[in-house]
Design a protein around this ligand. Structure first.
Ligand SMILES: Cc1cc2nc3c(=O)[nH]c(=O)nc-3n(C[C@H](O)[C@H](O)[C@H](O)COP(=O)(O)OP(=O)(O)OC[C@H]3O[C@@H](n4cnc5c(N)ncnc54)[C@H](O)[C@@H]3O)c2cc1C
Length: 407
């Protein structure tokens, strides 16, 4: 194994490239967008598990530098009553300082990971939209791009996100992601009144009667908030930044969802100017086929969690590191990908399921995945706890442990 073609310069792409580099395997990242995307709106929370996965390849520092912490969480009900407690993971059990949770813009995370990958010698090519891939008689793979160019490698890693083409190149019957019946709206405001703003270092989570709001305070004092709201799938022109009128419309709509409550949620939203963006929330519970020949999917391309558990980016990071370990120790792609699936599938599908349960609080019935077995129903005890302090956060990757084909 000497060279990997990595499709997608988001999160799983640059992380898998860095992890392969650490394993002595070359990689080039091909990103469809012509220039680094400046995603003005979305922000992310990275929990301990994602940051610990980055630490295994010594890539956590740029992400820490680009983000800010919150080490306490305050859960409020629709009446504004609740309690504060430390965010889970304050005891990691291994005596090391806890790295998360950290909040940062998605574009800042993309940039930090990409720049760190480039600093390590990984080539990232922009304007390279994968349109096809074929496998030669020698087992090597050729990626074909929309601009007419192509590239050959030993393996092709599809880190191309929720709308992955790689997924359908591997399996034309692959299921499509499902809209969860939820719209996630993000806003930023320096003008939230003091009595409505969370204290520094606190993540305030408000379970309203009709929607869910989470907010925290950035170091400059601005409040960053997201609201998970019920709503059907939006056309592209209504997403992302939109027009000023659309942004004002989102503010009024979201504020209205909290208007009957006595919590600070409505005040937080009303204090927001035009820095407000909306996103469709999708999930993909089960991709039956993750690999074929020298091609494999990882990150959102393989499993997409609704945003409710705030774990998609962390899972994408974990995938990138684990896949590199598999390719390091098992030079035959088929064996490496089988081991990757063995090590990852149960965990990622459990997390997608958990996110679906949390989503079901916002959209009654949305937690059900009719197409797959398992609980997936609204309102189990785990969902009710709303507690990120669960087994998922304590996942650790042992970089040095050898991966075997047999399991
Ligand atoms: C509103 C919202 C809030 C979220 N909040 C959180 C959170 O708080 N915490 C968290 O952990 N996760 C969160 N997530 C989920 C997280 O954003 C994703 O799980 C994560 O970005 C997945 O990383 P990825 O690398 O697999 O895919 P992506 O980040 O989507 O990257 C895929 C890349 O592939 C590129 N690409 C696509 N097609 C092609 C092609 N044909 N050729 C070349 N390149 C291509 C894309 O342009 C993109 O750059 C949230 C998601 C949403 C929508």
């Amino acid at each position: 194994m000497t060279h990997a073609l990595i499709i997608g310069g988001g999160i799983a792409g640059p992380v898998s490239a860095m992890a392969l580099h650490k394993a002595g395997i070359g990689a080039t990242v091909y990103e469809a967008y012509p220039a680094p995307a400046d995603d003005v709106g979305a922000f992310l929370v990275l929990f301990h598990n994602g940051l610990e996965a980055l630490r295994t390849i010594d890539a956590h520092r740029p992400v820490l530098d680009a983000s800010f912490p919150a080490d306490r969480v305050e859960m409020l009900d629709a009446q504004g009553h609740g309690r504060e407690r430390p965010v889970s993971g304050s005891g990691t059990g291994d005596g090391r300082p806890v790295l998360g949770p950290r909040t940062l813009r998605r574009s800042a995370l993309y940039r930090a990971l990409r720049e760190e990958a480039e600093r390590r010698g990984v080539a990232v090519e922009f304007g390279k939209r994968l349109v096809a891939a074929d496998v030669g008689p020698d087992g090597r793979v050729t990626a074909r791009f929309a601009d007419g160019s192509s590239a050959r490698g030993d393996v092709l890693l599809g880190a191309d996100g929720v709308r992955s083409l790689t997924r359908t190149l591997i399996d034309p019957e692959a299921p499509a992601p499902r809209h969860t019946g939820q719209i996630t709206v993000c806003g930023f405001s320096p003008l939230v009144p003091a009595e409505a703003a969370p204290a520094p270092g606190v993540y305030r989570m408000i379970r309203g009667s009709r929607a869910f709001l989470g907010c925290t305070r950035a170091p400059d004092g601005a409040v960053w908030w997201f609201a998970n709201t019920p709503g059907g799938e939006l056309a592209p022109e209504r997403l992302a930044a939109g027009t000023p009128e659309q942004r004002a419309g989102w503010r009024d709509h979201v504020a209205g969802l909290f208007a009957d409550d006595a919590s600070p949620a409505e005040a937080v939203v009303r204090a927001t100017g035009d820095r407000i963006v909306a996103f469709n929330a999708y999930d993909l519970a089960h991709t039956p086929v993750w690999s074929r020949g020298p091609m494999v999917v990882l990150g959102d391309a393989a499993h997409t969690a609704a945003p409710n558990a705030a774990q998609g980016a962390s899972l994408a990071i974990e995938d990138g590191v684990v896949l590199a370990r598999c390719l390091r120790d098992l030079p035959l792609p088929g064996e490496a990908f089988a081991a990757f699936e063995r090590l990852r599938r149960a965990r990622v599908e459990a997390l997608v399921d958990r996110s679906a349960r949390l989503n079901a609080r916002v959209v009654p019935g949305a937690g059900r995945h009719a197409d797959r077995p398992g609980p997936g129903a609204a309102g189990g005890p785990e969902a009710e706890s709303g507690d990120p302090a669960d087994r998922f956060l304590h996942y650790r990757i042992d970089w040095d442990a050898p991966v075997s084909a047999a399991g």
